[in-house]
Design a binder for this molecule. Structure first.
Ligand code: ATP
Ligand code: MN
Ligand code: MN
Length: 305
């Protein structure tokens, strides 16, 4: 199916209104990516990324002097955030700390201005914090696990989620693994989602203990893949599709078509430097049906804990 360029991208690149201080600051020394380079990358991918990050709480990995400097994981707004970044109240946060969110490209560039090198959304929208609208299975290969085994694990997760009626999408993590993501109609609770995903991870580990583990105990991971279901609880986050990673080479988390999974595309294959060329060369966005593919979490699997 051929998709016209004009259908696939917004006709005009969105305009940025945020002024970057120190635009030439080098964030990724070896890849040679500057703060402005990161802002340009996000401007390019914004039409693809926006539906996946707007209007939901975001945690940040901030590394204001780049990947070789200090970094911190930030889940709440602090003073000094750019004015284009929105602060959101979490009614369940007794301390009253505000969550971080963005409405538009200026919000994202505002985060870049603050030295955010990674963007990690919740699997729920601001307006519906207690009802997750996506499920994420994070596949974490232990020491000595080859890439094909990670691909096979993703296919196994997909088969099990599909059997339960869910539609699955896959992306590279930009690190070591893959993320399998299923869009949900926001009806079930976090408790139900966690129980559901825990049951699937535990069943995989029970069926094939040589391949999979479902508990985070490091010693058990060697040679196996952790099916990390703990992204599926209130307040947990996963790196956003298209987010850069604060790791060497300026990798990004890249949505893929299932057929693209192959030895040629490793977990950190796509980067700030080559992502735009990939997107421009695509016939169709492999995640274009992501939002439309949402279904309710099937009832009755797994036990709450
Ligand atoms: P990889 O493929 O290398 O595993 P990943 O992004 O999946 O990359 P994980 O360590 O498996 O990395 O996932 C950790 C997730 O947990 C992150 O995506 C992030 O959203 C979340 N997280 C929670 N607390 C932290 C923290 N202190 N530092 C980093 N990530 C955190
Ligand atoms: Mn992971
Ligand atoms: Mn993990």
């Amino acid at each position: 199916e051929v998709v016209q360029e004009s259908q696939r991208k917004t006709p005009e690149a969105p305009r940025r209104r945020v002024t970057l201080t120190h635009p030439d600051r080098i964030y990724w020394p070896e890849a040679g990516v500057t703060k402005e380079g990161l802002a340009d990358y996000y401007t390019d991918v914004w039409p693809y990324m926006a539906p996946l990050v707007v209007g939901r709480p975001l945690a940040l990995v901030r590394a204001p002097s780049g990947i070789t400097g200090q970094r911190f994981f930030q889940k709440h707004a602090r003073s000094g955030l750019n004015k284009h970044v929105r602060q959101v109240t979490d009614p369940k946060d007794k301390g009253g700390e505000k969550l971080i969110s963005i409405d538009d490209l200026d919000g994202l560039i505002g985060l870049v201005q603050s030295g955010a090198l990674e963007i990690h959304p919740w699997g729920a929208m601001n307006a519906n914090l207690d009802k997750p609208d996506s499920l994420t299975m994070d596949l974490d290969p232990g020491e000595g696990v080859g890439w094909q085994a990670v691909i096979d694990a993703a296919q196994e997760v997909r088969a099990r989620l599909q059997a339960a009626g869910l539609n699955c999408f896959v992306k590279t993590s930009g690190g070591k693994g893959l993320h399998v993501v299923a869009p949900l109609k926001p009806k079930a609770s976090w408790t139900a989602l966690k129980a559901f995903t825990k049951a699937i991870a535990a069943q995989m580990a029970a069926d094939e203990p040589e391949r999979f583990v479902a508990t985070i105990t490091k010693s058990k991971r060697k040679g196996r893949i952790l099916i990390d279901y703990l992204r599926n609880q209130r307040g947990a986050t996963t790196v956003a599709a298209y987010s850069s990673r604060a790791r060497e080479g300026a990798p990004v988390s890249m949505p893929l078509a299932w057929e693209e999974l192959s030895p040629q595309i490793g977990p950190d294959h796509f980067t700030v430097l080559n992502a735009t060329a990939r997107l421009n060369g695509l016939v169709a966005d492999p995640w274009q049906d992501f939002l439309a593919a949402a279904v309710p979490l099937p009832a009755g699997k797994g036990k709450a804990d």
